[in-house]
Design a protein around this ligand. Structure first.
Ligand SMILES: NC(=O)C1=CN([C@@H]2O[C@H](COP(=O)(O)OP(=O)(O)OC[C@H]3O[C@@H](n4cnc5c(N)ncnc54)[C@H](OP(=O)(O)O)[C@@H]3O)[C@@H](O)[C@H]2O)C=CC1
Ligand SMILES: O=C(O)CCC(=O)C(=O)O
Length: 451
């Protein structure tokens, strides 16, 4: 393929995306990465060009934005903005999480929804892609305030979702507590018990292993990547960022597989525990983060052998494997170079788009094992898909059954990445994930006409 032609296609396509979606840098970044992978493939397939498949995929089918008024504990009226981006229903109902974080805006949710379309396709389950949330910041809010906010949020959202229409779940700032409040109010509004949300509690329709699934899945994916080089987690030093849902269960699974996790972080700083975060220490982190809702710095008060670094990220710590599990753009080019210089051989993304384009270039140039989020963290939404199946069948699989299905899905995603990403003796998992995720959605769109 003529490289000038490819470069011009990417440039023209991105100029169009930027012009149509001004002031949305995260969305531009996510689309650019995908277009770079897909350009040669699309140029070789005139039908994809003629039917403007990628042009349509980068335009949400529907974008809903709404007012979320609620009353705080002081009796003051607060107003937030709620969103749902329904990106693609080509292969199934819209599916993707809800994020509650002060930084949420339309552009961030569009990047997440776009990534979700390809990720959900990779799982091989029939799920379209969407994402939603609000600029509501749950930090420091009482349970009552969070409940009132969630009830107001879903009092508008409920019109746009349904078990065969759009099935939201959790993401940053939305865990079991929030899904509970949202589902309770939703059920009241529609007067029906349906599988419209996933991440529900185990007693009321949730799938076994959904809380664990993203962190476990990322670890399973990394293990598959390591296997291609005859390696494993055994005895490896692992740096993990974040300390929320994904990070916690990544620590658990890595430790079970014989790795030693030495870092965790939050938006204030990171802790380094050279002796490793043992199951007992992880139990404390789970209480600290999920019940007390404290800060990661408190870890060093309980475990003085660890050190806390205020305002810093964990990537300067020497490790064999890095699992970024916090948020987008949390690992830049310089930090990627430090990881590589320190001997890191594998990066698997539990978070969505945690590595900047410069960081990704460092990983690919140095040919380390690099698993992008849309492949490596797909275990969460895949298990949500399994929750949807269980809800439809009105039955519950065992934890072991779900774990087996999750492992098999992660293996299949890995195999698909290898199939489309093999470049000589190197696997470019970015290219593999993007092309493999794209093909199924593109074929469905071609079959369904210009819609
Ligand atoms: N939950 C899931 O099933 C899935 C999640 N993901 C992705 O994984 C990542 C983590 O999600 P999840 O664990 O569910 O979310 P949680 O809300 O449970 O945890 C988020 C963690 O990331 C930290 N964090 C958030 N924003 C920043 C920031 N700007 N800088 C540094 N740290 C930050 C938080 O720290 P603090 O408390 O200080 O904000 C917290 O430790 C996200 O990228 C999400 O999109 C991907 C697939 C599925
Ligand atoms: O489980 C889900 O539906 C959503 C998971 C999610 O938000 C993600 O994969 O980023």
């Amino acid at each position: 393929m003529d490289s000038t032609k490819v470069a011009r296609y990417i440039e023209d396509f991105m100029a169009m995306v930027v012009a149509r979606n001004p002031n949305e840098p995260e969305f531009h970044q996510a689309v650019h990465e995908v277009v770079e992978s897909l350009a040669p493939f699309i140029l070789e397939n005139p039908a994809l060009m003629k039917n403007k498949i990628l042009e349509r995929m980068t335009e949400p089918e529907r974008l809903i934005s709404f007012r979320v008024p609620w009353v705080d504990d002081k009796g003051e009226v607060q107003i937030n903005r709620g969103y749902r981006v329904q990106m693609s229903s080509a292969i199934g109902p819209y599916k993707g999480g809800l994020r509650f974080h002060a930084s949420v805006n339309q552009g961030i949710l569009k990047f997440l929804a776009f990534e979700q379309v390809l990720k959900n396709s990779l799982t091989s389950l029939p799920m379209g892609g969407g994402k939603g949330g609000s600029d509501f910041n749950p930090k420091g809010k009482s349970d009552q305030e969070v409940m009132r906010f969630c009830q107001s949020f879903v009092t508008e959202l409920y019109r746009h979702v349904g078990p065969d229409t759009d099935v939201p779940a959790g993401d940053i700032g939305v865990g079991g507590r929030e899904i509970g409040f949202i589902y309770g109010q939703y059920k009241r509004l529609v007067n029906a018990y349906t599988g419209t949300f996933t991440g529900k509690g185990p007693e009321w329709g949730g799938s076994p292993l959904r809380p664990e699934a993203t962190g476990y899945g990322t670890t399973y994916f990394a293990a598959e990547m390591l296997k291609t080089r005859g390696d494993s987690f055994k005895g490896k030093t692992v740096c993990i960022s974040g300390s929320g849902n994904v990070a916690q269960y990544a620590v658990e699974k890595v430790t079970q597989m014989g790795g030693i996790v030495v870092t965790l972080s939050d938006s204030s700083g990171f802790i380094h525990d050279p002796k490793g975060i043992t199951p007992e220490k992880l139990e404390y982190v789970m209480i600290l983060k999920n019940a007390i809702r404290g800060r990661i710095r408190e870890y060093v008060e309980k475990y003085p052998e660890a050190t806390y670094y205020e305002g810093k990220r964990p990537w300067s710590i020497k490790c064999d494997i890095a699992l970024p599990c916090a948020t987008q753009n949390e690992l830049n080019g310089e930090e990627a170079q430090t990881l590589v210089n320190n001997g890191c051989i594998c990066v698997a993304e539990g978070a969505n788009m945690p590595s900047t384009p410069e960081a990704i270039k460092v990983f690919l140039d140095n040919k380390i094992l690099y698993g992008p989020g849309k492949a490596a963290n797909a275990g969460g939404v895949a298990t949500s898909g399994l929750e949807m199946s269980q809800n439809s069948m009105r039955m519950t699989w065992t934890r072991e059954e779900v774990d087996q299905k999750l492992q098999s899905i992660m293996k299949n995603i890995h195999a698909a990445c290898v199939k489309y990403g093999q470049e000589g003796d190197f696997v470019n998992y970015v290219k593999g994930a993007n092309i493999s995720g794209f093909i199924k959605v593109a074929n469905a769109m071609m079959a369904q006409g210009i819609v």
